[in-house]
Design a protein around this ligand. Structure first.
Ligand SMILES: Cc1cc2nc3c(=O)[nH]c(=O)nc-3n(C[C@H](O)[C@H](O)[C@H](O)COP(=O)(O)O)c2cc1C
Length: 193
């Protein structure tokens, strides 16, 4: 598998697991091989926010790993990937990534992504923000991560929650050069102004 056609997806325990689920769906549609790791708190939000079982979620990826499996392929820089998306990214996981606290496979894979100078995109989801959250975002950015809170845009007149999720996930996948066909984009849509 060509390196650019392989994406690591991390799902942590912030609300908004729909972002991670949709990223897996769209990456698969685009022919990208996905490697998934979900934290225990991510499994909790899956149960609260979706009808998917843990097995259903794992089946949406090409390879799914246990978070305790710190010896998995994605824990090594020698395993080539096109980068990693953490969607959603909790403040706990953000902080662990920002300070290289590689306490599980998700945070280890993220640190590997940074040390190999590959693309790491964090859909950090918390509000309001403390100075500590902002400092962790700064530290992650200084290490090369792209901090991308899933903040919806309204200029394309979303008609549903799915539209909002698709737009954010499409923009996140843009950062990896993964094309999402039919993603509404400013300047390519007829607008009623
Ligand atoms: C339903 C639910 C929603 C949560 N939403 C958020 C959130 O939006 N942002 C956040 O940082 N933590 C949120 N948390 C708390 C995290 O799950 C918690 O800090 C956990 O330790 C994160 O672990 P992880 O980073 O290993 O996934 C939420 C927890 C639950 C159960």
């Amino acid at each position: 598998m060509e390196r650019q056609r392989r994406l690591v997806v991390g799902i942590s325990g912030a609300t908004g697991i729909a972002y991670g689920v949709r990223a897996l769906e769209l990456a698969r549609k685009a022919g990208v091989e996905t490697h998934l790791v979900v934290t225990p708190a991510g499994q909790q939000t899956r149960a609260y926010e979706t009808d998917l079982s843990a097995r259903d979620l794992a089946a949406m990826a090409d390879v799914a790993y246990r978070p305790a499996d710190v010896g998995a392929a994605i824990a090594s820089g020698s395993f080539p990937t096109g980068g990693m998306l953490v969607a959603p990214c909790s403040v706990r996981t953000l902080s662990a990534i920002a300070y290289a606290n590689n306490d599980n496979l998700l945070t280890r894979a993220a640190d590997v992504t940074l040390k190999e100078r590959r693309r790491l995109v964090l859909l950090v989801r918390e509000t309001p923000l403390t100075l500590g959250h902002l400092r962790a975002m700064t530290a992650a950015t200084e290490s090369g991560a792209v901090v991308m809170p899933p903040v919806p845009a309204f200029y394309l007149r979303p008609a549903s929650v799915d539209d909002l999720v698709d737009h954010t996930v499409g923009r996140a996948l843009d950062l990896f050069g993964i094309d999402v066909p039919d993603l509404p984009r400013w300047g390519e849509q007829p607008t009623s102004r």
